[in-house]
Design a protein around this ligand. Structure first.
Ligand code: DX5
Ligand code: ZN
Length: 227
């Protein structure tokens, strides 16, 4: 089972509802990138925009909080209509933040930057509902996929499976038809894509093509290399 999560970061912010409506039939989740200008050198959107989008879409809202103080905003995002919120392991206070997210009824995600070692998330695998491995340095869309993160994805997948843990494993950054296969073969099952989808002529078609590319790499898929 593979989920595709278009990232609205690369959509036209002047017509977000239309952009989301266009990909919705082909998307499983909607990825919403929240940047605070501190944790990452960019500013994007906050709870009011999530609340506005909520009126136009029934998709699962997967909010990626690139913030130094996510705990101050989890409740606002929940009230705005977020379904899941992902905090970064680099900001610390991880157990408390995951517990806070869960207590609000959110799917609690934990993200890890490319340069942060696997060991940083290992203690929290049982507490998180989702692990997000960044395959670019967070902050901007349209960057190149960092293949050096693949061993960390594979190690996370192996440990989740070994311990029978059900956390989703998501990848974010530089995912397109060419890189999706490697991410899936490493064990990712949720693919976030911004520019590959919203910079395409037909975002819904690009979403479908990305799913096909990812599915081929699933165990037993046409291109998994196992046969
Ligand atoms: C980057 C964000 C990503 C971004 C991915 O900091 O977390 O979600 O939208 O964009 P692409 O798919 O263009 O790399
Ligand atoms: Zn993201």
């Amino acid at each position: 089972m593979l989920r595709i999560a278009p990232s609205v970061l690369s959509a036209d912010f002047g017509s977000l509802a239309e952009a989301v409506g266009e990909v919705a039939p082909e998307a499983d989740w909607l990825h919403v990138d929240v940047m605070d200008g501190h944790f990452v050198p960019n500013l994007t959107i906050g709870p009011p925009v999530v609340a506005s989008l909520r009126k136009h879409s029934g998709l699962f809202f997967d909010c990626h909080l690139m913030m130094t103080n996510p705990g101050d905003f989890l409740e606002s995002f929940r009230h705005a209509g977020a379904d899941g919120c992902t905090v970064h392991v680099e900001v610390g206070d991880t157990s408390a933040l995951l517990a806070q997210a869960k207590s609000l009824g959110l799917r609690a995600g934990l993200a890890i930057n490319p340069e942060t070692p696997y060991e940083a998330i290992e203690p929290f695998l049982a507490e998180a509902d989702l692990i997000l491995c960044m395959t670019v340095h967070p902050g901007f869309g349209g960057q190149q996929f960092m293949a050096e993160v693949l061993p960390k994805i594979a190690r996370t997948r192996a440990e989740l499976d070994r311990r029978g843990l059900g956390a989703e494993l998501e990848v974010d950054g530089g995912i397109d038809e060419d890189t999706a296969g490697a991410a899936v073969r490493a064990g990712a099952r949720v693919l976030v894509a911004g520019s590959a989808i919203f910079s395409a002529d037909h975002p819904w078609e690009a979403t479908r093509r990305l799913r096909l590319a990812g599915e081929k790499a699933l165990p037993g898929g046409q291109g998994d290399g196992a046969k």
